[in-house]
Design a binder for this molecule. Structure first.
Ligand code: GTP
Ligand code: MG
Length: 198
């Protein structure tokens, strides 16, 4: 799929402030700093579209980007970032939960997992919750450029093991991605294209 246009539409603090739901949406979620904004920029080939920061917890609103004037990427606030004020974190979690549960035009959730760390309880917790919602999702292993092939394999194995059996015999896809090198980009675009056809 060729990306011909990509533009930021709006930041929404809650489900009620989200833009009209007439375009198919693909949402990115994961721990703070996992590389959500970087993935959006690399996927659409626009460096400064989504804000990338060294400081975790930067994306604190639901950010909507319209691609090819046909579908949207949705950058969700990172979960598990303790330094955001408690009340604030709570409200964002509610916004994210509402969005993931209620948004009718949500086609697929991309759950980003840092390939460089062992399985984290906060990721597993989220996946348990997501499994219950029965929403379509794809697991995306991020920052794979930082690992040697054997270390990456070991990390994939550890994560796959941690979620073994959660979806019966059908293990979810785990896509390698690097915003630095572009690994996984064409595969992820294929996933999107597939969802848009249905
Ligand atoms: P929040 O919005 O704070 O939740 O973070 P985020 O998930 O949007 O992460 P972001 O894209 O801002 O990236 C966080 C840091 O990881 C930045 O320093 C990025 O440069 C770095 N990073 C992101 N993706 C990659 C990658 O594929 N490879 C490497 N080596 N670094 C990456
Ligand atoms: Mg971000």
């Amino acid at each position: 799929m060729k990306i011909t246009s990509a533009e930021f539409i709006i930041s929404a603090p809650a489900l009620g402030q989200c833009p009209p739901a007439h375009r198919p949406e693909f949402a990115l979620i994961g721990r703070s700093n996992v590389g959500k904004s970087s993935l959006i920029n690399s996927l659409v080939g626009r460096k400064g579209l989504a804000r990338v920061s060294e400081v975790p917890g930067k994306t604190q609103l639901i950010n909507f980007f319209e691609i090819n004037q046909a579908w949207r990427l949705v950058d969700l606030p990172g979960y598990g970032y303790a330094k955001v004020a408690k009340t604030q974190r709570h409200s964002f979690n509610v916004a994210v939960h509402d969005y993931l549960k209620e948004r009718q035009n949500l086609r697929c959730v991309f759950v980003l997992i840092d390939a460089n760390v062992p399985p984290q309880e906060v990721d597993l917790d989220f996946l348990r919750w997501l499994a219950e919602t029965e929403k379509p999702f794809v697991l995306v292993f991020t920052k794979t450029d930082k690992l040697s092939q054997p270390k990456l394999e070991a990390s994939r194995h550890a994560f796959t093991k941690a979620i073994e059996g959660w979806w019966g015999d059908e293990a979810p896809d785990l896509l390698n991605y690097s915003s630095r090198t572009g690994t996984g980009r064409s595969q992820l675009l294929q996933v999107i294209q597939g969802c848009l056809k249905n």
